[in-house]
Ligand binder design. Structure first.
Ligand code: SAH
Length: 236
């Protein structure tokens, strides 16, 4: 019999604390580390053999937006936010079944007592995202080099140079010491992709200060002339 009541197999621990600013696909921000802790019922046996794969597929719930429903047409950021395509022609989070699919790098599998933790790179997922399933990425079937990419043929370009104020540089060093991660690289990769909504491009609103939450800090930045983004502060 068909049942649609699926329980997550675990939850993701990610540096992204809110939806705004998360890259729009996996693999774009390679400095983003995350950990997937499997629920207690899954021990070492459930991942035996997975360590031989460099990448895995994650199926997950868009839990933060699932209550907002869906529309049959959406405006992908790739088309500048002013052209519509069908929901099934998009990777929008607002879907009839709010299920996402991301391919991510598997760094290592840690077994801590009876707990299994997968260390991952390059996720495009919010902290605490419920994960429904893991499957190994099979290059011979999943990578199709001559496939045609519709309206999203190329990897999005990094259009911005990211610069740090002295204050931000200092705060960044503090965050790196506290968290043991390359925070300046993480911030540079995220902002170079330009998280601001496409409808705000080239308008006066670009002069405002933007903010997002990463790990335990608030990041703020501003757009400057000559395609520069200035990191203003990293406040704990
Ligand atoms: N690679 C996936 C997701 C693409 S959409 C797929 O194609 O299905 C990626 C966006 O989903 C991110 O930019 C972020 O804004 C949003 N997102 C990530 N995790 C989410 C969650 N748990 N709930 C709602 N939105 C989420």
């Amino acid at each position: 019999m068909f049942s649609s009541d699926y329980e997550p197999i675990g939850y993701l621990n990610s540096c992204y604390q809110e939806k705004f600013g998360i890259p729009r696909q996996p693999g774009l921000v390679t400095a983003a580390k995350s950990q997937l802790t499997l629920n207690d019922e899954f021990n070492e046996d459930s991942v035996r053999g997975l360590e031989g794969f460099s990448h895995i597929w994650l199926q997950f719930v868009f839990h933060k937006t699932q209550k907002q429903g869906w529309k049959s047409m959406v405006r992908p950021p790739r088309l500048g936010g002013n052209k519509k395509v069908g929901v099934f022609a998009s990777r929008s989070t607002f879907r009839p079944n709010p299920i996402g699919l991301s391919v991510v790098e598997l760094l290592r599998i840690e077994v801590r007592g009876s707990q299994v933790i997968l260390h991952l790179l390059g996720c495009d997922l919010l902290n605490k995202t419920p994960i429904l399933d893991i499957k190994p990425y099979l290059p011979y079937v999943d990578a199709i080099p001559d496939a045609i990419g519709g309206f999203a043929k190329e990897k999005p370009e990094s259009l911005f140079d990211v610069i740090f104020t002295d204050l931000a540089k200092y705060q960044c060093e503090q965050a790196e010491a506290r968290l043991g991660e390359d925070i300046s690289l993480l911030i540079t990769q995220i902002l170079a992709l330009d998280p601001s909504p496409s409808y705000q491009k080239n308008t006066a609103t670009k002069l405002r200060i933007y903010r997002m939450k990463l790990y335990d800090f608030d990041l703020s930045w501003q757009y400057c002339e000559n395609n520069k983004i200035k990191v203003l502060a990293i406040d704990s």
